[in-house]
Design a protein around this ligand. Structure first.
Ligand SMILES: Cc1cc2nc3c(=O)[nH]c(=O)nc-3n(C[C@H](O)[C@H](O)[C@H](O)COP(=O)(O)OP(=O)(O)OC[C@H]3O[C@@H](n4cnc5c(N)ncnc54)[C@H](O)[C@@H]3O)c2cc1C
Length: 461
């Protein structure tokens, strides 16, 4: 056993014996990621119920020099939430930190536990007449802490920005057990007294501190919504349709792209009928939302664009959800076929038309029998590149795609993070100076390197 025999008992004294798991039958599900690609082993799973318990658990681990892997909903797609290659790690599950504070009407904000799911926060906000600007297909399991730690994006980035834009303040615990509770986390809306420590945790992927609570900005609830799925010839046509909608329709809140091959997998997996009478090479899903009904404005914008081959439009909740399903079911439909290499890239939107075929060509050259399924968030130039049947060539495929992305001035991760999956490619798009600063921050906050070793930076051997 790589940790002191007394550790489980000391941790049980903090969180209660029922929240310290060591039986492999109970810990196994925590140690494998959503895709099934990353499988590790957690020596212990510890489930604290409040910030002071998180602090006490981290102090015990710090004392013994035990590595800690923070985990929220375990929906992350880059292997950052599971202990792979970290023998003797304590997996710290934050799901019990799921408290939802009262909506602060004066500030338009709410404080929530880091383990609250994105869906729970949205429902809580809506019950008070507000809404939450972050949404993603994993909403029922993904936690706010995980979303901030990965700076998640999702479906409404073009309107509300990524997770970091929703954050007004963060409460977190350092590796040695010290609690950071900046004023923003307590509801002070404006503050300029030095470094914004909470903001630094966006995208930190559990390597700097454990997030225990988040103060979130809420957005207005917009009662009228319309969703359209538009059949188009290709990526360039989808971009031209999107540009028209942006120019002419108010309230654009989502613009998603998928292709015929991905739709085929979705239909095979879900049994859904085709969204449009005829098949098209590519599909654009757009959603507009507002106080006034945006349907006519959207229909008018679509009517004026020659690239629109056909469109299905829905205004009622069930119809909108049915159209969204064609896009949101992509990850599970792909996962049903096999374990994909998952990449999540962004290029400047103007470079997307050139980058998309270059990415497909790079996959074919690196792994001729692989299948690349692309889909993503069109307005922000973010494509999810899912490669099936890469076999032993996963690294070659990753390398080829990420080099194409770098050559188009893009980012190797738009919203999923680096995790363990992409550590060796970080220098492709972050300069030596940037990486040196990131390492210096890591050493300052976690000098013993105990928080999520192997994520963002290579493991020390
Ligand atoms: C079907 C599906 C669709 C998805 N769609 C999107 C999408 O559209 N946009 C998008 O951005 N992502 C998407 N994702 C990825 C994933 O849902 C997000 O990254 C999500 O934010 C992760 O939250 P989580 O609670 O599951 O975090 P986990 O997977 O548990 O952890 C992710 C990372 O955050 C760290 N972490 C978790 N909680 C904490 C904490 N409290 N303190 C410190 N570190 C922590 C972990 O150590 C790990 O490095 C999708 C995933 C799935 C399965």
């Amino acid at each position: 056993m790589p940790f002191l025999p007394s550790l489980p008992e000391r941790l049980a004294a903090v969180v209660g014996a029922s929240h310290v798991l060591s039986d492999p039958a109970l810990t196994a599900s925590y140690a494998v990621d959503w895709t099934g690609r990353f499988r590790g082993r957690a020596a212990l799973v510890v489930r604290p119920g409040c910030t002071s318990e998180v602090a006490a658990v981290l102090r015990e681990c710090w004392t013994d020099g035990v590595p800690v892997v923070p985990q929220g909903g375990n929906t992350g797609l880059v292997g950052g939430s599971v202990p792979v290659g970290v023998p003797g790690a304590v997996l710290l599950s934050l799901r019990r930190l799921s408290g939802l504070g009262p909506v602060d009407e004066a500030a338009g904000q709410v404080s929530v536990g880091a383990g609250s799911t994105v869906a729970a926060v949205a429902a809580h906000a809506r019950a008070a007449g507000w809404d939450f600007g972050l949404d993603l297909a994993a909403r029922d399991s993904a936690t706010v802490g995980g979303a901030v730690a990965t700076n998640a994006g999702g479906e409404h980035v073009l309107r509300y920005g990524p997770a970091s834009a929703q954050v007004a303040g963060v409460e977190a615990v350092l590796a040695d057990g010290q609690v950071l509770a900046p004023l923003g986390a307590g509801g002070v809306v404006k503050e300029s007294t030095g470094y914004d420590l909470g903001a630094m945790l966006a995208g930190s992927e559990g390597t700097l501190a454990v997030i225990t609570a988040v103060r979130l900005r809420l957005v207005p609830m917009l009662p009228s919504r319309v969703v359209a799925v538009v059949g188009v010839a290709d990526t360039a046509a989808a971009q031209r349709v999107l540009a028209a909608v942006r120019r002419e329709a108010d309230g654009l809140s989502a613009a998603e792209l998928f292709y015929a091959d991905g739709l085929d997998l979705v239909r095979a997996h879900t049994g859904l009928p085709p969204p449009l009478p005829a098949e098209h090479p590519a599909y654009l899903l757009v959603e507009c939302a507002g106080r006034a009904d945006p349907t006519d404005a959207l229909a008018g914008a679509l009517a004026g664009v020659s690239e629109v081959r056909d469109a299905a439009v829905a205004t009622d909740a069930a119809g909108r959800a049915a159209l969204w399903r064609y896009r949101e079911a992509h990850p599970e439909a792909i996962g049903a076929v096999g374990v994909p290499v998952k990449l999540d890239i962004a290029v400047p939107p103007a470079a997307l038309v050139a980058a998309e075929p270059a990415i497909r060509a790079a996959v074919s050259a690196a792994a001729p029998s692989a299948q690349a399924i692309l889909f993503g968030h069109l307005a922000v130039g973010n494509l999810h590149v899912n490669v099936l049947s890469a076999g032993t060539l996963a690294d070659e495929v990753t390398d080829a795609v990420l080099r194409v992305v770098a050559s188009h001035g893009g980012s190797i991760s738009a919203e999923h993070g680096i995790g363990r999956a992409k550590v060796r490619w970080l220098p492709l798009t972050r300069s030596p100076a940037e990486i040196a600063v990131m390492r210096a921050i890591k050493s300052a906050l976690d000098p013993r390197g105990l928080l999520n070793p192997g994520v963002l930076f290579p493991l020390h051997r």
